[in-house]
Design a protein around this ligand. Sequence first.
Ligand SMILES: Cc1cc2nc3c(=O)[nH]c(=O)nc-3n(C[C@H](O)[C@H](O)[C@H](O)COP(=O)(O)OP(=O)(O)OC[C@H]3O[C@@H](n4cnc5c(N)ncnc54)[C@H](O)[C@@H]3O)c2cc1C
Length: 396
Amino acid sequence: MENMVLIVGAGPSGLATSVCLSAHSIPHVILEREDIYASLWKKRAYDRLKLHLAKEFCSLPYMPHLADSPTYIPKDMFVKYLDEYVSTFNIQPLYHRSVESACYEEVDGKWRILARNMKSGDVEVYVAEFLVIASGENSAKYIPDLPGLYSFKGEMIHSNEYKSGSKYANKDVLVIGCGNSGMEISYDLSTFGAQTSIVIRNPFHVVSKEMVRLGMVISKYLPVFVVDFIVLLMANIKYGDLSKYGIRRPKEGPFYLKATAGRAPVIDVGTVEKIKSKEIKVVPGISSINGKKVLLEDGAEREFDAIVFATGYRSIANEWLKDYEHVLNETGLPKNNFPHHWKGEKNLYCCGLSRRGLFGVSMDAKAIAEDIKRVIDEKNVKVKGPPRILSLLPYC
Ligand SMILES: Cc1cc2nc3c(=O)[nH]c(=O)nc-3n(C[C@H](O)[C@H](O)[C@H](O)COP(=O)(O)OP(=O)(O)OC[C@H]3O[C@@H](n4cnc5c(N)ncnc54)[C@H](O)[C@@H]3O)c2cc1C
């Protein structure tokens, strides 16, 4: 099947890119491996999740959140917003299509994409002038290879399978990973009455939602070191020195780290208070696991009924995209630095891989659609005379 633009993935990035392309009347097709759009939000997010960022930073192009919606939108409300986005703009991804390879054919200057139809098992071939990677920073879960991991006798899950702490009351649960998911899941487990422990090894910043919102607003006008100074001052007043509880701050500030290394601060949902009151125990790293016993780096041995790995995800676009080096590095993330990350060579683009959440998704989608429009117009002017109006929906 031949297409003008092929988008891989129907998460917020794929949906936003689709809408921006339609605004320029550019025909396109979206391939999605699951049976639904926004699968991360619909299938792989825990119940108590609210958007970490204020709503003004979390809307997709052409559809702001309603004025009366809460500042920090709960997951279910965000899913409804996405449902409305899809129906308003009549987005029609092709589901059950898992892209297994994509390569650039120098002969005709087009992308050749192979997708497995997960229902029939057949491999389908697509050809496109432009290819947009919108398969997400979170396309595969990451679990560290700990000694004895698979000897563990209790329940072991990744955070993407975690829904709520309701079934863990009175159980000993270890959460590995102290990013936003790990800290929030620990809070949730403890609220449901689990004896909760969390592994904290690396330094990180703890801030509140309001501090992040303020920082994002003032960073439009002030240099990052001033923003960090203000935010850290507020964080120190609110939380005090947390090092005695095992939480150490990095040397660089939270906004600097986010901008340069993509490392997000932890946005506290109440976990810090529970750590201070010892309702949640902080433990050091793990040396090994044996049956239900976990040997910690300080020599202590503890038994757990369950382990939740909040150890993150990785992009695996570089595994199926054979010519990934036109836009990605070997970790599946953009090879060019922000703000030039979204555009590669050979009509290849990536959306939503800049570690800037939904805010970054929106920026990328608009930039990609405008660039594709420019390339098409230039080509039409050079080769075929005046720009032509490309067909409207349906796309393929
Ligand atoms: C628990 C959690 C909470 C978060 N909270 C926030 C928040 O509050 N604010 C914020 O801005 N961001 C948040 N994020 C980040 C969030 O992932 C992004 O903002 C958003 O989902 C990115 O959209 P995306 O479309 O790029 O990726 P995804 O949502 O991951 O969508 C990618 C899609 O591509 C599909 N896909 C992948 N590989 C293939 C393939 N080979 N073939 C076909 N289809 C494929 C997947 O099935 C998926 O549907 C959160 C992330 C997590 C995990």
